[in-house]
Design a protein around this ligand. Sequence first.
Ligand SMILES: Cc1cc2nc3c(=O)[nH]c(=O)nc-3n(C[C@H](O)[C@H](O)[C@H](O)COP(=O)(O)OP(=O)(O)OC[C@H]3O[C@@H](n4cnc5c(N)ncnc54)[C@H](O)[C@@H]3O)c2cc1C
Length: 401
Amino acid sequence: MNQHAIIIGAGLAGSSAAERLAARGWKIDLIERAHAPGQGASGNIAGVLRPLPSLDDNRLARLTRAGFQHACQHFAALTAAGQPLRWGQTGVLHLARDETHAATQQRVVEIRKAAVDQLYFVDRQQARKLAAWPVASGGWWFPGGAWVDPASLCRANVARHADAISAHYDTQVAQIERPADLWQARSAAGDLIAEAPVLILANATTARQFPAAAHLPLRSARGQVSHLATTAGSAPDIVVCRLGYVTPAIDGLRCAGATFSVDDGESALREADHAENLAKLDFILPGYGKGIQARDLAGRVGFRPLSPDRLPMIGAIGDAAAIDPDAPARPLAEMPRLPGLYLINGFGARGIVWSALAGELLACLITATPPPLPEDLVDALDPGRFLLRGRSRRQRVDRKP
Ligand SMILES: Cc1cc2nc3c(=O)[nH]c(=O)nc-3n(C[C@H](O)[C@H](O)[C@H](O)COP(=O)(O)OP(=O)(O)OC[C@H]3O[C@@H](n4cnc5c(N)ncnc54)[C@H](O)[C@@H]3O)c2cc1C
């Protein structure tokens, strides 16, 4: 096959896929409507990188663990290659919400320690020492956890293989079509932007604008983060989470957040959301926000691309029009697909944790090489799962007397 792909969207999803394919010798046309990579959901000053272990080591826990490990390796490789990725492996302290949660966290550490790199439970005294703040509870301590500037990650992904990636910024794709063997991306005026045998939709919440992806149950979750002016080196100098998060000072600002509001398209900052973030901040670091007024705060709004099962969507797009809703359900492997059309999306609130792994998985699926995840997880992320689910649900309903 001609090793050439079009990628629409240069956020964490698109830039990660571009980096992984370019590393394999592929030529990439990366099309982004903004003036630079990482201007959408991936444009916050900083987000949090850490896994999310669970008692039963469920799919989310396994996936965040694999994502965390991949991300750490990828970030170290970008840094070693001289790319200007901005991140700080300060460690992440995830405080317990209450006594019951603390007991669960402790139990998870006892049961799952062997499966999770460097996970500890610290009591309240130890937590206070780590945070250098009188926090109200103990919790999980991930010494390998980090804050990451996601836009710098997008830029580093694109810059690492600059020779192979042709970036088209300030360019919006209005239409995709495959008149013969090649996919074409066109502007609103109908002009051809690029054509290639493979096309990857990495345009987050707007993927459904293209008829081939209109069946996907993608939604948007608005998130507002608040920026708190602070001095470098002030406490805490680690990331602290507790039903929200606060980062260390980065260029004189801490990020505290974030709100989560589904199908809410308001792009302007809201004072009420800053107030919500300040309430979360007080739960994390009691007293920190004293004297800070919501009306005085700056911040940023982003829209997370959300899937109904909170797992990302990575792989070939199913051909919804070719599926007979009345035919018996068939396994995922037999699902008709649109040739050469792929998706990397649905990262929700975990794009920093998942993007490196997702880019690698997509590159493996496209090049038919062994994936970095076991088969059950690859299937769990397959965008075709929603076509199967819709159909089997319909069949169950149909079968009812
Ligand atoms: C407030 C907030 C806090 C978060 N905190 C964390 C955190 O702590 N840890 C974590 O892991 N994750 C976090 N996330 C989640 C993470 O940021 C997202 O999952 C991730 O950024 C999604 O990446 P993406 O590439 O899919 O989307 P985006 O970054 O939105 O990229 C999609 C791109 O496609 C472009 N595009 C869209 N349509 C077109 C078109 N037709 N033509 C050309 N270009 C197009 C857009 O301009 C955009 O640049 C947070 C998100 C928010 C909003």
